[in-house]
Write a protein that binds this ligand. Structure first.
Ligand SMILES: [Ca+2]
Length: 103
């Protein structure tokens, strides 16, 4: 499975986390994993080449890494990004929208 954005297929997508020292933080400033949940792929984050400061999600089941797991990646790679959207289901109004600042 790959990620489809406006008719183009991608093998990855940015999910907003960035390196902050020895941790990664989400766009709202919370530390990744502080809530007891993370979904890093086996062996990740590995900071290959000491340049992987952004978090992406694996969208290619042809690799040996499960779809949907997380990886640290070089921030300069162009990829679509995934936003967190909170919506009031009853009122159908947007409460908040958090997107990564890189893409
Ligand atoms: Ca990595």
């Amino acid at each position: 499975m790959r990620i489809s954005v406006q008719g183009r297929w991608w093998y990855t997508g940015w999910i907003g986390g960035v390196r902050n020292g020895s941790d990664f933080i989400w766009p709202d400033g919370t530390i990744v994993g502080a809530d007891g949940y993370d979904n890093w792929a086996d062996g990740q984050p590995d900071n290959t080449g000491d340049v992987e400061d952004c978090m992406d999600i694996i969208g290619d089941a042809n690799t040996f890494v499960p779809f949907g797991t997380w990886n640290d990646q070089n921030c300069s790679i162009t990829a679509p990004y995934i936003c967190e959207r909170q919506q009031d289901r009853k009122a159908q109004t947007l409460i908040s929208l958090n997107c990564s600042s890189f893409h």
